[in-house]
Ligand binder design. Structure first.
Ligand code: NDP
Length: 246
């Protein structure tokens, strides 16, 4: 899995799963655009990659803002070249039971997790179509498949992302562009750090593989789907959860 001469854009690359994906792609030769809404932590990811001998550049981008997304792809094209790989990783949670969920908790999660992926896909598709090559990987979630009490907004956004994945696969397949989703289970990052210890114990006891996931577990699946090894795979959802939702 060699990404030499390939440009990859990773959203939400400032920490957690996004940072690991950026590092793993760069370790295999990709020039990685590390996009995040605050530039300092994205710079840190780019610096880590450069320190390891890889090629990376940090970009400021709130994926909910059309103008920022368009500007991101223009800047990447100018600095690194046409993007061949897009990883829609940016995501947030605002957990609440439906009866207590506020409109803005619903809107914000849908805006980042779903609209953001749509905006980036639309912007990336143009250069990918021109090159007749592209790999788009969307980071969904097992709760987009199974649902989760207290996560109506988040699970709806991730189920929507799976729908977007399948439609992207259908619209762009004839142009050499694949689009797949990775659906992680419980991965140890800042996003899950606040969850109660009992829930973590429940995951460890329930998952056949008997442990929590690490960002690299997700990044490995992304690397595969972004590679030429996955050239006949599109519109699929690859669950990376240690078997938790089986
Ligand atoms: P983190 O909270 O650690 O990181 C989220 C990333 O998204 C950060 O880089 C954050 O940037 C970025 N982000 C937030 N809002 C925006 C925005 N408006 N525009 C651009 N970037 C934004 O989460 P994880 O690493 O855990 O999650 C990464 C992805 O994996 C998400 O899509 C999440 O839903 C998904 N996932 C995670 C699971 C888990 O167990 N951890 C399970 C299933 C799916 P900043 O640092 O500036 O806030």
């Amino acid at each position: 899995m060699d990404f030499t001469n390939r440009v990859a854009v990773v959203t939400g690359a400032s920490r957690g799963i996004g940072r690991e994906i950026a590092q793993q792609l760069a370790a295999r030769g990709a020039a990685v655009a590390c996009a995040a809404p605050a530039v300092d932590p994205a710079d840190e990811t780019a610096a880590l990659i450069q320190a390891a001998g890889g090629q990376a550049k940090a970009y400021l981008c709130d994926v909910t803002q059309t103008a920022e997304v368009e500007a991101l792809f223009e800047a990447v094209q100018a600095d690194l070249g046409a993007p061949a790989i897009l990883v829609n990783n940016a995501g947030i949670t605002r957990d609440q039971l439906i009866l207590r969920m506020k409109d803005d908790e619903w809107d914000k999660v849908l805006a980042v997790n779903l609209k953001g992926a749509f905006l980036c896909t639309r912007a990336a598709a143009r250069p990918m179509m021109k090159a007749r090559y592209g790999r788009i990987v969307n980071i969904a979630s097992v709760v987009g498949i199974a649902g989760a009490a207290g996560q109506a907004n988040y699970s709806a956004s991730k189920a929507g992302l799976i729908g977007l994945t399948k439609t992207t696969a259908k619209e762009f397949g004839s142009r050499g562009i694949t689009c797949n989703a990775v659906a992680p289970g419980f991965i140890e990052t800042q996003m899950t750090a606040e969850l109660p210890a009992e829930f973590k114990e429940h995951v460890i006891k329930t998952a056949p593989l008997g442990r929590l996931g690490q960002p690299v577990d997700v990044a490995n699946a992304v690397v595969f789907l972004a590679s030429d090894m996955a050239s006949y795979i599109t519109g699929q959802v690859l669950t990376v959860d240690g078997g938790f939702i089986l």
